[in-house]
Design a protein around this ligand. Structure first.
Ligand code: BGC
Length: 739
């Protein structure tokens, strides 16, 4: 700490003698930042713009060793993929005690859905539509991460996607920009809390900027090409919401936008992010994405890529070694201005100051806190609650819930798996002490009432276990079959062209279903799957996603009725991969299908247009009826509001939670508008027989869009209002917006 103290004192003097900081885009910068900047060598400045992986964990190609020496020389100012207080304290000690200026390191990690205690994957969690719950799960993940020495998470991932072939849909919040924005805000607030210098919060990183979720053909890292109107209306809002919520770091994307790789795209980073949105934090690249601009064909070599990145507004190079290797020479030869470097370093140091690292570099390194917070039973309990609320009941003909004591055949390799429950970003999560679904069902239902047979593997075509599975089924009253994708088949670099259930799992399901025994399927997967056949064969389907550390217990809670499922899909499930991309906010086209027998319409010859399970859909063990949708007025004056009201009644036998959804359609515009757009929702818990009136205030913001002249605002005219429990099952009424 000695050196740091020295530098703080020295820098205070320099502030006085230099008369304050240089001109900058940043507001409210702590004076210590500029003081420090004034005494840094060029190498030390560039060091702050460098982020290297430790050898603790690997999340991409490791191209550099010996980063400890780089920390010592001040040439590496940030580290990722390291955790635990002991390890981080040691790295921080090298930076603070052994480097010339003692500037503390920032420590990042992919705490995407949990650190030690893993929560359901982000896509699953989004199906809870419970913003406070998502804020709390992000806060709990932040607390565990921060208690392990970290102060920066590479999350939330807020990329909108309408393409389930893309494996990274598992990390996001689904297809809807409105819901996605609210979730981005909730997660940023959860990670960062009210004070970044609170040692139980971490810096959030909104990623991947921008439009990474729209790669052509759903192939990861592929080209993105869309109109600016589409981009601004459907893809940008969640990034903006994350920035507005206070996120002080943003990660670039691997893809290009409008022909320019995102990491060299000044329009994205300077004009939109740092300009229009006045972003005050720093921009970090994705893993080696500066170097990749050479492969994109946007730079002849790494040095040129570095020039393009830094001039486009990239402040920090993640693992690419481009800034590390070339930036000094580029500045010395006048190709890159030192002012550009200063501005980047100022942004980075400013965040370090806000993290409290200048006051105490070891703020996040408290072993007692680590012991107390990491794997705290309350965090585990929260993880179980989130998992229950994330699950979506896709089908149920009365087979679920099971009764305790039923003789149940449990089938499937995934039923006995622990690792798969965590999904692809497992951070520091471990699975040895977790329950598999089989363990949890045995524990609740009594081992004597559970007969397990693997039946088949999650991948491959080995049918040798079929006979044992059929034997188990014959001895049981009911069947629980757990099928889905291997954990590594969703997530990064996990695109698929066939998004059916892999291997022979569905074939075995059909065989089992043919016995007539009631079969409930639990799905473990990270993307919408094609389930046409499974939806016929199974009596019930529970979409459990990758539900996390307490996922097995949560599945058991739902299948035995200890929790009544309430999740609603945030991504459309297609009938077949040919329908992809598919999403609820489509346009009507000039040839919509009004008459099923017409030929020259916007339709397929071999498939319906509608999906198997639409956005917003999800069943409960009870039923909800919607009635009496009314508006307070059939006209809304510009600048004022009107109110929509609907009655929701629980007509079933169970208490249950419903998500009441409001959609609006602008009937005619200067550009065509989607057939519906989500504009509000409310969650309500109703006892059997109970009714509740739900009100939505409709204001002008909800009607605004990017008009033909690319201004954002409303246009007078007619609007349709739709309310219901799914995007495809809605009551409707109408009003006009008048001057
Ligand atoms: C991913 C990012 C991640 C980074 C660091 C990249 O490959 O695209 O989402 O934050 O690695 O692990």
């Amino acid at each position: 700490m000695k050196r740091l103290v020295l530098f703080v004192l020295a820098s205070a003097l320099i502030v006085t003698s230099c008369g304050g900081r240089q001109e900058s885009d940043l507001k409210n910068v702590d004076p210590r930042v500029d003081s420090l900047l004034n005494i840094m060598t060029l190498d030390e400045k560039i060091g702050q713009m460098v982020l290297f992986t430790s050898d603790w964990d690997v999340t991409g190609p490791t191209i550099r060793e010996g980063y400890l020496d780089d920390i010592r020389s001040g040439r590496c100012g940030n580290v990722f993929n390291a955790y635990t207080v002991d390890y981080i304290r040691e790295l921080q000690r090298v930076a603070v005690e052994e480097s010339r200026l003692g500037i503390p390191l920032m420590f990042g990690y992919d705490v995407v859905h949990g650190h030690k205690t893993i929560f359901p994957i982000a896509l699953g969690e989004s199906c809870s539509w419970d913003l406070d719950l998502m804020r709390r799960s992000a806060a709990a993940s932040a607390a565990e991460a921060a208690a392990s020495g970290l102060n920066w998470t590479f999350a939330p991932m807020v990329d909108i996607s309408v393409d389930p072939r893309w494996g990274r849909v598992s990390e996001g919040a689904g297809e809807d920009p409105y819901l996605g924005s609210l979730i981005a805000e909730a997660r940023v607030k959860g990670f960062q809390g009210d004070d970044l210098a609170d040692p139980l919060t971490v810096l959030a990183c909104v990623k991947h900027f921008a439009a990474y979720g729209a790669p052509v053909a759903g192939r990861d890292y592929n080209t993105v090409d869309m109109s600016e109107r589409q981009f601004r209306e459907f893809y940008l809002p969640p990034y903006k919401a994350g920035v507005n919520a206070g996120a002080l770091s943003v990660m670039t994307a691997f893809n290009e936008y409008d022909g320019v790789p995102a990491t060299g795209n000044a329009y994205l980073l300077k004009d939109i992010l740092k300009g229009e949105w006045n972003f005050q934090g720093f921009v970090v690249t994705d893993y080696t994405s500066i170097n990749e601009m050479v492969h994109h064909g946007y730079a002849r070599n790494d040095a040129e890529a570095g020039v393009k990145a830094v001039n486009a507004g990239v402040d920090m190079d993640l693992q690419g070694e481009v800034y590390f290797t070339y930036l000094r020479g580029l500045v010395e030869s006048g190709i890159v201005s030192e002012r550009t470097i200063d501005e980047a370093v100022r942004r980075i140091l400013n965040v370090k100051e806000k993290l409290g690292l200048f006051d105490n570099p070891y703020l996040y390194c408290d072993s007692a806190r680590e012991k107390e917070v990491v794997s705290d039973p309350e965090i585990k309990a929260l993880s179980r609650e989130v998992a229950r609320k994330s699950m979506v009941l896709l089908k149920n003909n009365g087979c679920l819930p099971f009764d305790r004591g039923d003789r149940i055949a449990v089938i499937g390799e995934l039923a006995a798996s622990r690792r798969d429950l965590l999904g692809s970003w497992k951070a520091a999560g471990e699975w040895d002490d977790m329950s598999s679904i089989l363990d949890a069902v045995r524990a609740y239902n009594g081992p004597a009432n559970v007969i397990y047979a693997e039946g088949c593997r999650k991948m491959g075509d080995d049918r040798s276990g079929y006979a044992a599975a059929m034997d188990a089924v014959n001895k049981a009253d009911k069947v629980l079959m757990v099928i889905g994708e291997d954990w590594d088949w969703s997530g990064e670099a996990a695109s698929r062209t066939d998004i059916g259930v892999p291997g022979v799992q569905s074939e075995l399901l059909r065989l089992i279903a043919s016995t007539g025994k009631p079969v409930a399927v639990v799905l473990l997967n990270g993307r919408p799957l094609v389930l046409e056949e499974e939806s016929k064969d199974a009596d019930a389907i529970l979409e459990a996603w990758y539900p996390g550390t307490m996922g097995a217990e949560a599945v058991t809670d739902v299948i035995f009725g200890l929790y009544n499922p309430s999740g609603k899909l945030t991504m459309t499930f297609p009938r077949n991969v040919g329908q992809v991309p598919i999403f609820y906010y489509e346009k009507n086209t000039g040839r919509p299908i009004y008459l099923p027998s017409e030929k020259y319409k916007s339709r397929y010859l071999d498939s319906p247009n509608d999906p198997l399970y639409p956005f917003g859909y999800g069943l409960s063990y009870t039923q909800f009826k919607y009635s009496d949708l009314t508006l307070s007025s059939s006209e809304m004056k510009k600048g004022s509001t009107i109110e929509a009201q609907v009655t929701v009644t629980n007509t079933g036998k169970w208490a249950g939670e419903e998500t009441v959804q409001l959609y609006i359609r602008d009937m005619v515009g200067s550009v065509t508008r989607p057939v519906k757009l989500l504009k509000g929702f409310e969650k309500v818990i109703l006892a059997p027989g109970e009714s509740r009136k739900i009100k939505f205030v409709i204001d002008e913001d909800m009607l605004a869009f990017w008009r033909h002249d690319m201004t954002f605002g409303t246009e007078d005219g007619d609007f349709r209002v739709m309310v219901g429990g799914s995007s495809s099952d809605l009551l409707q009424t109408a009003f006009s917006l008048v001057p």
